[in-house]
Design a protein around this ligand. Structure first.
Ligand code: NAD
Ligand code: ZN
Length: 230
């Protein structure tokens, strides 16, 4: 299927970064303190306690800064080189795909290195770890800065979402790797692709709601299965 496909779209989730040492949300070891990510990654949580939310993101930024891309990221970068039309859609807020060499990457849930001002809408890329001031403040207007990520209940970035939809509709093969396929609307992309005629390949350590719908479901760690596929 992959050899025949000249148009390939890939959807990745936290599972592809797990072998780099970035904790997933729903796996074992994915929790911090006694909080649930759903209760930290919301606009309401940030309003209630911006320092607590920032401490969590600062901790995640430190984790991501300290790790390297793994063979799953590298296999996907290589697949892009071999495929004429290729799009990598990710739910991850880390930059491990880019660091592995992927070029066309759509971040559906934002980027943990971006900061947005809540006052004047100023945006900046900031890779300081740990951040020197928590919570960070805007250098222009002094208002609170928030992480440039999509929280539960928020809309996805419009450009990335429409690019992801176009890629899903055009793909001959849609490859899904390391995502629980539970978080909407990202989880609808494989079905959009399938309705438009794509074959579905899933790579995951466990069964997911998508597994029964996939043409091929490969059970195993992405860092082993993807290089084998290649
Ligand atoms: P998730 O935590 O809900 O699911 C992870 C999935 O990956 C599970 O299905 C699990 O079985 C699978 N998995 C775990 N380790 C794997 C491995 N080594 N190989 C293959 N599969 C493996 O993550 P999700 O589906 O991406 O969804 C949730 C949200 O979590 C997203 O919104 C995303 O922004 C956020 N998130 C991002 C990061 C990151 O940027 N690295 C980390 C944690 C959570
Ligand atoms: Zn500002």
């Amino acid at each position: 299927m992959l050899e025949a496909a000249t148009n390939l779209a890939v959807l990745t989730g936290a599972g592809v970064s797990e072998e780099s040492g970035v904790p997933t949300f729903r796996g074992p070891g994915g929790l911090w303190r006694q909080f649930r990510p759903e209760q930290l990654a919301t606009p309401q949580a940030f309003e209630r306690d911006p320092l607590l939310v920032w401490e969590w993101y600062d901790w995640r930024r430190q984790k991501i800064a300290a790790v390297e891309p793994n063979p799953a990221h590298r296999a996907l970068a290589e697949l892009e080189k071999r495929t004429p039309e290729f799009a990598l859609i990710t739910q991850n807020v880390d930059d491990l795909h880019e660091r592995a060499g992927s070029r066309r990457v759509y971040h559906l849930h934002g980027n943990i290195w971006l900061l947005h001002c809540m006052g004047c809408q100023w945006q900046e890329r900031n890779r300081e770890v740990p951040l020197s001031t928590l919570p960070p403040r805007c250098r222009h207007c002094g208002a609170l800065m928030r992480p440039g990520v999509v929280w539960f209940g928020e809309p996805l970035p419009r450009k990335a979402w429409s690019a992801a939809n176009e890629a899903a509709e055009a793909a001959h093969v849609f490859l899904v790797a390391g995502t629980s396929a539970l978080v909407q609307p990202a989880a609808s992309l494989p079905l959009i692709a399938r309705d438009a005629g794509a074959r579905l390949i899933e790579v995951n350590r466990d069964e997911t709601p998508l597994s029964p719908l996939a043409d091929v479901s490969l059970r195993g760690p992405a860092g082993e299965v993807l290089p084998q596929l290649l």
